[in-house]
Write a protein that binds this ligand. Structure first.
Ligand code: FES
Length: 109
C-alpha cells in the first residue's frame, strides 16, 4: 500500500528564495522555493551526513556549508565534489492551504 501524503508546512510558509527543514515520517527533508517552484530533497549532505539546511540556495541548487558541494534540487544530483552521491528527492503538492510531501522518495541514492 502506498504511503499517505503528509502536510509539512503552510502553503505560504516559503517565499521565493527561502528554504526550511521539516520532518516527515522520521525523515528530515529540505523544502525550498525557487522562483515559485517548490522542491524537496533529503536534508542531509551525502558527503558527510551534514544538514543541508545550514547551507544556502544558489539558483535551483543547495550548497552544503561544510565542504561546498552543490546539489540540483530537481534531480538531487551532486553537481560538485566532494559529494558524488545524489540526494533523495520527494514529490510535493499544494492543496487545502498546505504543502504535502510524499515520504516515498522519487529518487534513491
Ligand atoms: S558534508 Fe557536505 S560537502 Fe562535505
Amino acid at each position: 500500500m502506498d504511503a499517505p501524503w503528509i502536510a509539512v508546512a503552510a502553503a505560504d510558509a516559503l517565499a521565493a528564495g527561502e528554504f526550511i527543514s521539516v520532518t516527515a515520517a522520521g525523515q528530515r527533508c529540505l523544502l525550498a522555493n525557487v522562483d515559485g517552484v517548490l522542491y524537496a530533497v533529503e536534508d542531509n549532505c551525502s558527503h558527510e551526513d551534514y544538514p543541508l539546511a545550514f547551507g544556502c540556495l544558489e539558483g535551483a541548487r543547495i550548497k552544503c556549508s561544510l565542504h561546498g558541494s552543490r546539489f540540483d534540487l530537481a534531480s538531487g544530483a551532486a553537481c560538485e565534489e566532494p559529494a558524488v552521491t545524489p540526494l533523495r528527492t520527494y514529490r510535493l503538492m499544494v492543496a487545502d492551504g498546505q504543502i504535502w510531501l510524499h515520504p516515498s522518495s522519487s529518487t534513491a541514492n
